[in-house]
Design a protein. Structure first.
Length: 146
């Protein structure tokens, strides 16, 4: 079991998205909200490569340039690297009941207010705040999902 690490005042956020324009827009939104985007990945190899930059939060699409690898990437980031993962996808049904270790999913397209709510929520969860309400549009996964 990993020790829980608190997220710094300015969380380090990675985006895993293969559609260039969507990735650029998300990166800009993250920056406009005052967060640091440490990079964008579009497949498994580049996503795992970004782990060396010590992200705290990952926004992960389901279908990437190497196929529907988002759920496996999200599980690795969450379970092996203690990164808070939320899926941002047009295909939330592909996640079924959820992915072990990840927190939930939000359906694209995503507006800046919704993204702000998700990032604020993830920071609070990562800093072990107990009574945190998830954003209204976010589908939370059960903690016991396997």
């Amino acid at each position: 079991m990993h020790s829980k690490r608190n997220i710094p005042m300015t969380p380090q956020i990675m985006i895993v998205e293969d559609e260039f324009l969507i990735a650029m827009e998300m990166e800009q939104l993250v920056g406009n909200l005052g967060y640091d985007c440490i990079g964008v990945a579009d497949d498994t190899e580049s996503a795992i490569g970004l782990v060396s930059k010590k992200p705290n939060i990952a926004l992960v699409d389901v279908n990437l340039s190497d196929g529907p690898t988002g759920p496996a990437i999200g599980a690795r980031l969450a379970n092996e690297h203690d990164i808070k993962v939320v899926f941002v996808t047009a295909n939330p049904k592909q996640l079924g009941a959820g992915v072990k270790g990840t927190l939930g999913a939000i359906t694209k397209p995503i507006e800046i207010e919704v993204l702000k709510g998700i990032l604020d929520y993830l920071v609070k969860v990562a800093n072990n705040k107990d009574d945190v309400e998830p954003p209204r549009r976010m589908k939370l996964f059960e903690r016991s999902v396997s």
